[in-house]
Structure formats: structure tokens, C-alpha cells
Write a protein that binds this ligand. Structure first.
Ligand code: NAD
Length: 454
């Protein structure tokens, strides 16, 4: 398997993809290690994961550079991701004891009723490349804390990062027969589906997620899916500062080159402030520096996957054919690597792929709306349901709109953010189940009821 630098298309490294036999061997290994891992006191597992978090801090520059080289993420954003993901680990460490310990639900006379949270066993974590630390930590950190073994399949576009994570987990004290990486493309992922794992935790596209859920359904084990989105923002006419809203929303659309599951993918603006918003928005996008992802100045690097360039070309052409107006960008950059101009299209509508299908790139459509009812209808006119944001000065108006949105997360006067304190969950084609929050700790356990008469 060739690991390419998406900024240049040069080969960074060649790595052998795991064969079916090797993956099966890894499975047998982590299955053998799981019971003794689960038998250790939770405090020991907490200490080991704390040590891992320290090692990540000590190796920040090396890890950030690896991520930037194989994925194209600008170096400052690579550091941000790794540091931010540390906050997720701190959340899990602070809450593991509370949500994994036995709970006494009833006690009367000689009768006691107790819940214990037992690990699932060996879980598979099939992961995406766009935030390998964030989306990986959502799964393997609480899974390990809860006493599971993990077969972690990093995306083929984040393999080197996956191997670094394994190295540091092992160094921190996670036994080699408790955490393993499965190296390869979808074919390696397919082998995991064929093995008798005790749970499947997937982050990636709707298409692959649906395939996985269908293929493991007959095992009757937990399946969680964190999938794509087409996340909308609605900007009301009462916002006090159009410019600062436009700046924040532009960042939500173009950060990480738009390759975030909760990136702003479509914008609806009240007709009273549409022109002013469009002006501030394009002014802001023009300030984004596009260039070498290893440079400290860079805000936009290359796209990670070359295939996405054709998809963005299609969305631009389709939008222009159907009446959109191009204000910025609209084409590839003529150089080696996967480069696309930051692209802003206005006067978009829902006939266009741009407003319906996940773009996952530096491209955005804006549409004028007459009021809240129209905005709500348009925001819900999608098969996805990950996040949606409302910008308004009025808390009651925000609440009235938010309660009508069919999504897992609503934002008021903010967007494109994830917090470990609350569940990360999608509706419709955006997913199944929750990670993060206490639900995302208990997700890696099976409750056992003890009814005991003494
Ligand atoms: P993808 O579906 O192409 O691949 C995801 C993983 O699945 C990879 O590791 C891949 O090798 C593996 N895979 C592919 N085919 C498989 C098969 N047949 N069996 C088993 N495994 C297989 O997705 P991607 O390009 O890595 O990620 C981008 C997508 O992920 C976007 O849609 C994005 O929105 C979504 N995403 C969602 C979240 C979230 O939290 N909801 C977070 C990050 C990314």
C-alpha cells in the first residue's frame, strides 16, 4: 500500500496491507488478552491512559507532522486536533469511575439489586482519516477504559498516524494483546466484518456504514455508526453583528478544507441581511491562506483524497447549470497534489447537488430565505441529520427553531464544534448510536443485573 503526500502526490512510504491470515491472528491475540485486561482494577487502566495522554503531549510535533504529511491538514490544525483530542481523554478519565462502577439500585432487608457494567469483549473500530485522533479517541479510549480489547483499523489515508497511536499506547502500558492496528483498505475492514467481534464502531461515509450494518446484522452485536452530514446554518435578520457571524461561519465551512463531518455545508440567510452577509463572508474567505500545509501561515491545504476533485467539479458545474452565481474559486489549482480553490456560490437552491450531497471540500452554497418557516423546511430537506446551527439575538427564537430540527446536535450562535460533555450522535443517514458524554462510555459495556438475596 502506497502512502501518498496529498500536497505533492509523492510516495511517503510503502506499507504491506495485512492479509486475512494476519488479521485473524491479531484477532486471536487480542481475544486472548481481553479477560486479564478487564480483570485489572479500573484505576490501573486509568493510569495507563493518562500516561498515553502525556506521551502524546511529549511527541506533539512529530505526531502533527506525520498527520500533515499523510493527510494534508495544515500543521497548525494538526496540532489543534491533537491538543483538542486531549480534552476528550481528560473527560473520559474524569468520568470513567462514575459511569463504569457498579450501581446499587435497590436494597431492602436481605434483597439487593445491582447493575455492573461489563466490557463487550473484542471490539472493532473502523475509522476515518479526517480527524483520526478525535474520532479514534471517541471509540478506543472509552473502550479500553471499560476493559475491552480493540482492533483499530485506521483509514488507509491515516495509516502512519494509526501506527504512531499504537506505538504510544503500547509504550504507555496497554498490553500488545489488548490493542492492535489492522492495516489496509476496505478489504482489511471487510475481514473484520467476517470475524466474530463483539461490537463494531465505525466512522466514515453513509455508504460504507450502511454496508457494515447490513453485513454484521446477523451477529446480533452492537453496531454504532458516525457518518456524514450536510450541515446547515441559518442566519436570522436580528443578529447584531453580521460581520462576526459571517467570519465564524466561514471558518466553520472552510476549516480543514471543509473535510469535517460537522463542517458547515449550506448556508441560509434572511433576505434582509443577505447582501451584507455575502459581502462579509466572501471578504473573510479571501483572507484564508492556501498553500504548503507544513507552513505556519497556511489555513487551507490540499484535499486528502484525489477522487474528491472530480466530485467538486461536478457540484460546481451542476450548480452553475441550475442558476447559481460563482463569487470565488470554482476550479482545481494547476499543480501536483489534490488542490482546489476555495469556492463560494450564491443564489443556490435545492435542485443542486451542492445543497443536497455532502461536499467534503472547500466549497459552499448560500441561499436567500424569507423567514424562519422557509429556513426550517430547507434545513430539514436532507437525508442527513448530524448538526444544524441558528444565528439569532433571540434565545426564544433559537429554541423554537432548534426544537424543529431533525439532527443530533443544534448550535445557537456557534457551529462546527464537538464537546465531550454531550453525546455525539446523528439522525437519519448521519448515524446510529452515540459516542462521547456518559452514553459514549456506557456504549462499550453491557449491563449485567445482579439480584441477590442474602
Ligand atoms: P469511508 O467510508 O470511505 O471509509 C471509512 C473506513 O471504512 C476506512 O477505514 C475504510 O478503509 C473502511 N472501509 C471501506 N470499505 C469497507 C468495507 N467494505 N468494510 C469494512 N470497512 C471498510 O469514509 P472516509 O472517507 O474515511 O471518511 C469520510 C466520511 O466520514 C465523511 O462522510 C464524513 O462526514 C464521515 N465522518 C463522520 C464523522 C462523525 O462523527 N459523524 C466523523 C468523521 C468523518
Amino acid at each position: 500500500m502506497q502512502i501518498l503526500n496529498p500536497a505533492t502526490n509523492e510516495v511517503l512510504q510503502e506499507i504491506a496491507e495485512d492479509s486475512r491470515a494476519q488479521i485473524t491472528e491479531k484477532y486471536e491475540k487480542v481475544k486472548a488478552g481481553q479477560k486479564s485486561w478487564a480483570a485489572r482494577p479500573l484505576s490501573e487502566r486509568i493510569d495507563i491512559i493518562s500516561k498515553y495522554a502525556e506521551l502524546v503531549k511529549d511527541n506533539l510535533e512529530d505526531l502533527a507532522k506525520t498527520l500533515t504529511l499523510e493527510m494534508g491538514k495544515p500543521i497548525r490544525q494538526s496540532r489543534n486536533e491533537i491538543n483538542g483530542a486531549g480534552g476528550r481523554i481528560r473527560f473520559f478519565l474524569a468520568n470513567a469511575e462514575k459511569y463504569l462502577s457498579e450501581e446499587e439500585m435497590f436494597s431492602d432487608g436481605g434483597m439487593r439489586e445491582v447493575i455492573r457494567y461489563e466490557p463487550l469483549g473484542v471490539i472493532g473500530n473502523i475509522s476515518a482519516w479526517n480527524y483520526p485522533y478525535n474520532v479514534g479517541y471517541n471509540v478506543f479510549i472509552p473502550a479500553l477504559l471499560a476493559g475491552n480489547s480493540v482492533l483499530y483499523k485506521p483509514s488507509e489515508f491515516a495509516t502512519l498516524t494509526g501506527l504512531k497511536i499504537r506505538e504510544l499506547l503500547w509504550k504507555a502500558g496497554v498490553p500488545e494483546n489488548v490493542f492492535e492496528c489492522v492495516i489496509g483498505t476496505g478489504q482489511a475492514g471487510q475481514t473484520l466484518l467476517d470475524l466474530p467481534l463483539d461490537g463494531y464502531f465505525f466512522t466514515g461515509s453513509y455508504k460504507t456504514g450502511k454496508y457494515i450494518a447490513e453485513n454484521v446484522a446477523n451477529k446480533l452485536v452492537p453496531v454504532q455508526l458516525e457518518l456524514g452530514g450536510k450541515d446547515p446554518v441559518y442566519v436570522c435578520d436580528d443578529i447584531p453583528d453580521v460581520k462576526s457571524a459571517a467570519q465564524g461561519i466561514a471558518d466553520g465551512a472552510f476549516y480543514n478544507n471543509g473535510q469535517s463531518c460537522c463542517a458547515v455545508e449550506r448556508i441560509y440567510v434572511h433576505e434582509k441581511i443577505y447582501d451584507a452577509f455575502v459581502q462579509h463572508f466572501t471578504d473573510e474567505v479571501k483572507t484564508f491562506v492556501c498553500g504548503d500545509p507544513l507552513s505556519e501561515e497556511t489555513y487551507n491545504g490540499p484535499l486528502t483524497r484525489s477522487a474528491q476533485l472530480d466530485f467538486l467539479d461536478m457540484q460546481v458545474k451542476d450548480a452553475l447549470d441550475k442558476g447559481a452565481k460563482l463569487l470565488l474559486g470554482g476550479k482545481r489549482l494547476e499543480k501536483a497534489g489534490n488542490w482546489y480553490e476555495n469556492t463560494v456560490l450564491i443564489d443556490a437552491n435545492h435542485e443542486m447537488s451542492l445543497m443536497k450531497e455532502e461536499s467534503f471540500g472547500p466549497i459552499i452554497g448560500l441561499m436567500k430565505v424569507s423567514g424562519d418557516a422557509e429556513a426550517i423546511n430547507l434545513m430539514n430537506d436532507t437525508e442527513y441529520g448530524l448538526t444544524a446551527a441558528v444565528y439569532t439575538a433571540d434565545a426564544n427564537r433559537a429554541d423554537a427553531i432548534s426544537t424543529q430540527l431533525h439532527v443530533g446536535t443544534v448550535y445557537w450562535n456557534c457551529c462546527d464544534r464537538v464537546s465531550p460533555n454531550v453525546p455525539w450522535t446523528g439522525r437519519g443517514n448521519s448515524g446510529l448510536g452515540s459516542t462521547l458524554s456518559y452514553q459514549g462510555i456506557r456504549a462499550f459495556t453491557q449491563p449485567k443485573a445482579y439480584q441477590m438475596r442474602s
